[in-house]
Design a protein around this ligand. Structure first.
Ligand code: SF4
Ligand code: SF4
Length: 282
């Protein structure tokens, strides 16, 4: 006869209750985690390290190893000479509280901007190409911080005191590409008749999005701030395809016919110039 004691009815009931409870908790945990993971997707305003691939490709390539952030915090220019310890790093690896995919590197210029290091130490250490070395290497084969494209500075004219006629050139002076990425545009102040406006203007082709201007801005909420390039330049939406851009055209050529859904039946009538109907051009 077996020595194993069979559970009594009450014990069996307890066992089944516990099991149901645990499975329930597991399912609940799964649901909570799914919701959490969804929430942990990056905000479209996330700024990635220098030379990062486009967001979708970047997320596919980044293995969340943290080598870029480690190189950034330990770069020699970041070591405090008095304490011998590193100061806070530009690049951070996202935690649950951040509005960024967990474990991926990002930076917030208002906390710590990118100092556009000459040797860009965060990029060559990337083992997967999520940070694309070629995109910051010039024709001579040298690393070139001017080729970084982390984002673009955007000025909010209603908040920038230079647009009120107050003299402020904090962003202009701190820019590592002074007079190239940010210029000051002179204008007459009609309100006072005596003073001049010197308004900051961004050169989108030169600005790298380092964020030194955002950190230096004197207004309570920075009137100049960095946005990812596609946001700052106005993302037109997937349904617009540039006929003159071969890469963009490939999106249509490579598209599977089953993915194309047309809900509006094409009219068989002649094209009419309805906007100009009834207009007399004489
Ligand atoms: S280039 Fe910017 S992100 Fe890279 S190591 Fe230097 S400060 Fe950090
Ligand atoms: S080094 Fe490259 S793969 Fe590693 S966390 Fe940074 S971007 Fe991702």
């Amino acid at each position: 006869m077996s020595n194993i004691k069979k559970p009594q009815i009450s014990e069996r009931r307890k066992f089944l209750t516990n099991m149901t409870h645990n499975v329930g908790l597991g399912l609940m945990g799964g649901l909570v985690w799914a919701g959490y993971a969804d929430k942990a997707k990056s905000s479209p305003l996330t700024l990635r390290p220098p030379a990062a691939l486009d967001e979708e490709d970047f997320l596919r390539a980044c293995i969340k190893c943290g080598l870029c952030a480690e190189a950034c915090v330990n770069r020699s220019s970041n070591i405090d000479k008095e304490t011998g310890k590193p100061r806070p790093s530009t690049l951070k690896m996202a935690k649950a509280k951040d509005d960024v995919t967990i474990g991926t590197p990002f930076f917030k210029p208002q906390d710590v901007p990118c100092y556009m290091c000459d040797d860009i130490p965060c990029v060559p250490v990337c083992p997967t190409g999520a940070l694309n070395l070629a995109s910051v290497t010039n024709a001579k084969g040298d690393l070139d911080f001017k080729m970084m494209e982390m984002g673009i500075a955007v000025v909010e004219p209603n908040a920038c005191i230079a647009f009120w006629g107050i003299q402020c050139d904090a962003c202009y002076r701190v820019c590592p590409l002074m007079n190239e990425a940010i210029t000051l545009e002179y204008g007459r102040n009609e309100r006072t008749g005596k003073h001049a406006f010197l308004k900051p203007a961004i050169n989108m082709d030169v600005c790298t999005g380092c964020g030194l201007c955002e950190q230096a801005c004197v207004t309570e909420k920075p009137a100049i701030f960095i946005q990812p390039r596609e946001v700052a330049l106005g993302y037109p939406g997937d349904h617009y395809v540039k006929g003159w851009d071969k890469k963009d055209q490939e999106r249509v050529v490579n598209r599977d016919a089953k993915d194309v859904t047309t809900t509006t039946k094409r009219s068989e009538q002649d094209v009419s110039d309805y906007l100009n109907e009834g207009v007399d051009f004489e």
